[in-house]
Design a protein around this ligand. Structure first.
Ligand SMILES: C[S@@+](CC[C@H](N)C(=O)[O-])C[C@H]1O[C@@H](n2cnc3c(N)ncnc32)[C@H](O)[C@@H]1O
Length: 310
């Protein structure tokens, strides 16, 4: 059960919230290379169940090689937006004591040139977390109209030059000069007259295309909702985000579910009428300076936790 290829983020904080010793069933909705899963498994009581979910076939192959022989562990190849049906099939729906989400991509995904997530390597423009289905990034930019492409760059990459970049990408596509990650990087760099000293000029565009290709934000909305329903009363939810769009969804979800049923502002409301489904646990956390020093990729992490109201 090695996780040398991906260093898990904020593991101590996650264990403090989940308290695996007291759990009978835990779901790791983002297995990656199993760093969090291993830390949880080592502290579970005998016979407790651990469900490992990932949409990436390579992550699932890793999970099978490491965990398949263990009877209490179930390995599920699915997006976490299908958590409900997968947990129903395992007879665990409504009986899960903790669900953890560690969003985004793993280091092996980012570092493999064949997966096409990064402009640091020249590879096929793919970017699918599940590279067994759906359109690749190249197919997606070809089939997306320029206006919609610009909107994605703005909404998912917070790219101020979205229209200029979208138009340059479309022009380059029409003469066949985008095939690989480096081709796209060059087009995006050339489209920007001013360079940001702190960020590579293609970072925002790559982030936006990745989010769009994998429908990452709607996945998070649906995954959180289904995790809440799958939890047992008192069950705990942990979500680790890596950019503001992910964190905003988690923050709003916990806030709305902690408020309970909405009533008009001047309506007399008693506490027994509100029915909140969640209770926020503590404030959001960031990795320690020490963790960031050891694992610089943890630096943007934001950790939030909540408990299902009994
Ligand atoms: C940051 S890594 C998780 C690392 C893991 N916690 C560990 O310790 O090794 C994120 C993983 O979540 C998976 N993932 C991201 N979005 C997903 C989704 N919507 N459904 C299922 N898996 C997803 C990715 O494929 C990736 O393997």
């Amino acid at each position: 059960m090695t996780h040398a290829e991906h260093i898990p983020v904020m593991t101590r904080e996650m264990l403090d919230i989940i308290q695996p010793e007291q759990c009978q069933a835990v779901v790791d909705a983002t297995y990656g290379r199993g760093g969090h899963a291993t830390a949880i498994y080592c502290r579970l009581p005998p016979h407790a169940r651990l469900v490992l979910v990932d949409r990436d076939p390579e992550a699932i192959a890793h999970a099978k090689a490491a965990w398949q022989a263990i009877q209490e562990v179930d390995i599920v190849h699915a997006p976490f937006s299908r958590l409900s049906e997968e947990l129903k099939a395992l007879n665990l729906f409504g009986r899960v004591d903790a669900v953890i989400f560690d969003f985004g991509v793993s280091s092996p995904q980012l570092d493999s040139r064949d997966r096409g997530f990064s402009f640091s390597h020249d590879g096929p423009l793919d970017m699918r977390m599940d590279n067994s289905s759906g359109p690749t990034a190249l197919e997606w930019i070809i089939s997306t109209p320029e206006k919609k492409l610009a909107q994605a760059l703005r909404d998912y990459g917070e790219e101020r030059l979205s229209r200029v970049i979208a138009s340059s990408i479309k022009r380059a596509l029409s003469n066949g000069s985008i095939q690989t990650t480096r081709d796209l990087e060059k087009v995006v760099v050339a489209a920007q007259p001013f360079k940001d000293k702190h960020k590579h000029p293609a970072t925002r565009t790559f982030q936006a295309i990745r989010i769009a290709v994998n429908e990452e934000l709607s996945e998070i909305e649906r995954g959180l909702e289904q995790a809440l329903e799958a939890l047992s009363p008192g069950g705990r939810l942990v979500a680790i985000s890596f950019h503001s769009m992910e964190d905003r969804i988690v923050k709003r979800f916990i806030r709305n579910e902690s408020r309970g049923d909405p009533y008009p502002p001047d309506f007399p409301v008693f506490s027994n009428m509100i029915h909140p489904r969640l209770r926020q646990i503590g404030r959001h956390l960031k990795p320690s300076a020490e963790e960031i020093h050891v694992n610089p990729r943890s630096r943007s992490a934001v950790f939030r936790a909540a408990q299902k109201v009994a």
